[in-house]
Design a protein around this ligand. Structure first.
Ligand SMILES: NC(=O)c1ccc[n+]([C@@H]2O[C@H](COP(=O)([O-])OP(=O)(O)OC[C@H]3O[C@@H](n4cnc5c(N)ncnc54)[C@H](OP(=O)(O)O)[C@@H]3O)[C@@H](O)[C@H]2O)c1
Length: 269
C-alpha cells in the first residue's frame, strides 16, 4: 500500500472495524479510531470534527445497538449527515461504507427491518458531498455468535433458515483498507450508478452446522436447531431463497468458517 494521509475508521472497535484499524496500522498508516469508547460519537457529533481533522479517507463501519428498523434508520441518518458534513469541512476525499449483500431485495414494511435502514444508509452516503464507495459484505463468521445469542430459548438455540456465504471480518477489512488507501479492486457501478462491490466467503455455509462447530469450539452443549420460518413472511422467504448470497461479480475469499474457527484461540470466538 502507498502511504496516504490519515485514515479514520468509524466503528473502530466493532467486529469488522477493529480489523480495519489493525490492517491499516500493520501497513504503517496513521489511523484515527472513532467509537464512543474512544470519545467520539458519530450520532451526536461529539468529538467528530476534531477526529476528522487532517483525515484523507474514512471507513464507515459503525452501527448502532439496535437492529430495529426505525432505530437503525435514525442511527445511520444522523451518523451519515455528520460524517459527510464534518468530513467535507475537514477536507476528507473519500468514504468507504460497509453494507450488506442483498439489502436492495428487502422492501420497507414489516419485513425489511435493518436491511431497509441499510438502504437509507447507502443512499444518504451516496448523496453526500464526499464520494462514497459501497462495499456490500456477506454475514461475517463473527456474526454466528450473535445469531446464536438472539436465538436462545429454554436451553435450545434456534438459527434462522437463511442461505449465507459467511465471510471473515478480517477478509472484508482487507478490502476496505485497500479501498480507503485508494487501491484495491475497482468497484463496478450498481443499479443506481453507484460505485459498489460485493464480498463474500469462498462457499455457502450451513448456519446450523457453523453454530454447532462454534458451540463445540466453546465447549458449549446446548441443542442447536433450525427455526421454522413463517411461509407468509416475505422476509423469511427471501432469506431461504438466497437473497443474501453474492452475485457473479462478487469477490470471494477465504477462510471458510471451519478454517477461520481453527485459528480462533479465544473461547468466545
Ligand atoms: N455483522 C455482520 O455480519 C455484517 C455483515 C455485513 C455487513 N455488516 C455491516 O458492517 C458494519 C459494522 O458491523 P459490525 O457487526 O462490525 O458492528 P459492531 O460489531 O456492532 O460494531 C459497531 C461499532 O460501531 C461503534 N458505534 C456504535 N454507536 C456509535 C456512535 N454513536 N458513535 C461512534 N461509534 C459508534 C461501536 O463502538 P462503541 O459502542 O464504542 O461506540 C462499534 O465500534 C455495519 O454497518 C453492518 O451493517 C455487518
Amino acid at each position: 500500500m502507498n502511504a496516504p494521509g490519515k485514515i479514520a475508521v468509524a466503528g473502530a472497535t466493532g467486529r469488522v472495524g477493529r480489523h480495519v484499524v489493525d490492517v491499516l496500522e500493520k501497513h504503517g498508516h496513521e489511523v484515527v479510531a472513532i467509537s464512543r469508547s474512544n470519545g467520539v460519537d458519530v450520532v451526536t457529533g461529539d468529538g467528530l470534527a476534531e477526529a476528522l481533522n487532517g483525515v484523507e479517507s474514512v471507513v464507515d463501519a459503525a452501527t448502532g445497538a439496535s437492529s430495529e428498523q426505525q432505530a437503525a434508520t435514525d442511527f445511520f441518518t444522523a451518523a451519515t449527515r455528520n460524517l459527510q458534513q464534518l468530513g467535507a469541512q475537514a477536507g476528507v476525499r473519500r468514504i468507504v461504507v460497509v453494507s450488506i449483500i442483498g439489502i436492495d431485495r428487502f422492501a420497507a414494511g414489516d419485513y425489511g427491518g435493518y436491511y431497509v435502514a441499510k438502504q437509507v444508509h447507502e443512499r444518504a452516503m451516496l448523496a453526500g458531498p464526499i464520494p462514497a464507495t459501497i462495499v456490500r459484505a456477506a454475514q461475517f463468521h463473527e456474526f454466528v455468535a450473535q445469531l446464536m445469542d438472539w436465538g436462545r430459548q429454554n436451553g435450545t438455540i434456534y438459527l434462522p433458515r437463511m442461505r449465507t456465504q459467511l465471510v471473515a471480518a478480517r477478509t472484508v477489512a482487507e478490502t476496505l483498507a485497500d479501498l480507503a488507501t485508494g487501491r484495491g479492486p475497482a468497484p463496478a457501478r450498481g443499479s443506481e450508478g453507484a460505485p459498489l462491490l460485493e464480498i463474500a466467503g469462498p462457499r455457502e455455509e450451513n448456519l446450523v452446522e457453523a453454530a454447532r462447530l462454534l458451540a463445540e469450539h466453546r465447549g458449549e452443549t446446548a441443542l442447536i436447531e433450525e427455526a421454522v420460518n413463517n411461509p407468509n413472511d416475505p422476509g423469511d422467504a427471501l432469506f431461504e431463497s438466497g437473497a443474501l448470497l453474492p452475485g457473479p461479480d462478487a469477490i470471494l475469499a477465504g477462510p471458510t468458517f471451519e478454517e477461520w474457527l481453527r485459528h480462533q484461540t479465544d473461547e468466545k470466538a
